[in-house]
Design a protein. Sequence first.
Length: 181
Amino acid sequence: MTETTSGKLLDPLRLFFALWPDDATRTTLNHTGKWLHKHWDGRRMRADTLHLTLAFLGRTPVAQLDALTASVDAIEAQALELTLDQPGHWQHNRVGWLGPSQPPPQLGELVSALNAAIQQSGIAFDARPHVPHVTLLRNAAGGGLPACQPVAWSVRDFVLVSSRIEEDGANYDVIRRWSLT
Ligand code: ATP
Ligand code: MG
C-alpha cells in the first residue's frame, strides 16, 4: 500500500507500468540528462525517478489491484536489449527525453501484453500509441544537438509503480516487479 509523506493511505492509486533502470543504467541516464541540460536547459529529473513508461493506468481503485496483478502474472515476455540513442523534444509540454531510434520488437510485444492484461482485469483504460522514452528534462528549450552517446540498457524485468503527486513533484513507489524470461 502506498502512503503519502503524511502517512495517509491512498485510494485510488495513480498507477503505471514501467521499465526501471538498474543502478548502473540509472547513473548513465543521469549523465545523459546532465549533458542534455547543458544544451536545452530546463529542469533535470531526479536520478532516482528516471524510468521508461510502458502503460499508464491513472487512478485505479486499490480493490482492482489483485485482478490486475493476476492478469500480469500470466504474461510471458522476453528480456530485451535497449539502445537509447535518440534525444527528443516535445514542443507541447517542453519535455526533453531519450529514446531508442530502433525499439526492439520485444518492447512492443511487452506493451501490447500489458495493455491486454489491463483490459482483461476490467480496469477502464485508454491506451495511447506508445512512444518509448525516458524523460530527462522538463521545461526544456529543445534545438540542435551534437551527437549523443547511446545508453545501452539490458532489460530483465518490469515494474508496477504508484505515483504520488506532491508539492515537490511526482514521487514514485515501485509496488511490484515481474521478471522477463
Ligand atoms: P508530473 O505529472 O508531476 O509532472 P509525472 O508526469 O512524472 O509528474 P505522472 O503524471 O504520475 O508523473 O506520470 C507517471 C508516468 O506516466 C510518467 O512517465 C508520465 O510521462 C506517464 N504518463 C502520465 N500520463 C500519461 C498518459 N495519459 N499516457 C501515457 N503516459 C502517461
Ligand atoms: Mg504527469
